[in-house]
Write a protein of this length. Structure first.
Length: 153
């Protein structure tokens, strides 16, 4: 269930909150190929299923940066800010890729609000998004995302 906030004080009071998990999403070869086209990264471990079958992972794997980019898919499913004047992504900290994501795997995002701080007329939050792989003990990606929100009066 999405955590919904509509005022800065609701976010400030939510530091440490577990945001739960999103629905599962299958990581398809088509998505990996589109990402390869967008980034000009056509390394065979991502886009050549025949060669990848004989490689170190036994199948094509997603680009690490594709997995990271999917945090942007999961984040609004974990937390939503209403009554905004403006919301911006400030950046990321501590990005790690503990396990590769094989094509055909299902992944989801799990969130936790790890830090909240008022900044001038806005509030900034750090949400740790852990991208889990179904059936795997290790996550695909762990990233601390930083967002800044300015709410309507």
């Amino acid at each position: 269930m999405t955590f919904v906030i509509s005022r800065a004080d609701e976010l400030v009071g939510a530091e440490g909150r577990d945001l739960g998990a999103t629905d599962w999403v299958e990581l398809t070869q088509e998505r990996v190929n589109r990402f390869a086209d967008a980034t000009d990264d056509h390394q065979w471990i991502h886009v050549d299923p025949v060669r990848a079958r004989e490689g170190p992972f036994g199948a094509c794997i997603a680009h690490g940066y594709l997995t990271l980019a999917l945090a942007n898919l999961f984040l609004p499913q974990l937390i939503r800010a209403d009554r905004l004047k403006m919301g911006v992504n400030v950046g990321c900290e501590r990005v790690r890729f503990p396990a590769p994501v094989k094509v055909g795997s299902r992944i989801r995002g799990r969130g936790e609000i790890v830090k909240v701080e008022p900044i001038r007329d806005a509030v900034q939050s750090t949400v740790r998004v852990t991208i889990e792989i179904e059936g795997s003990e290790r996550p695909a990606c762990v990233v601390d995302t930083i967002s800044r929100y300015t709410f309507e009066d």
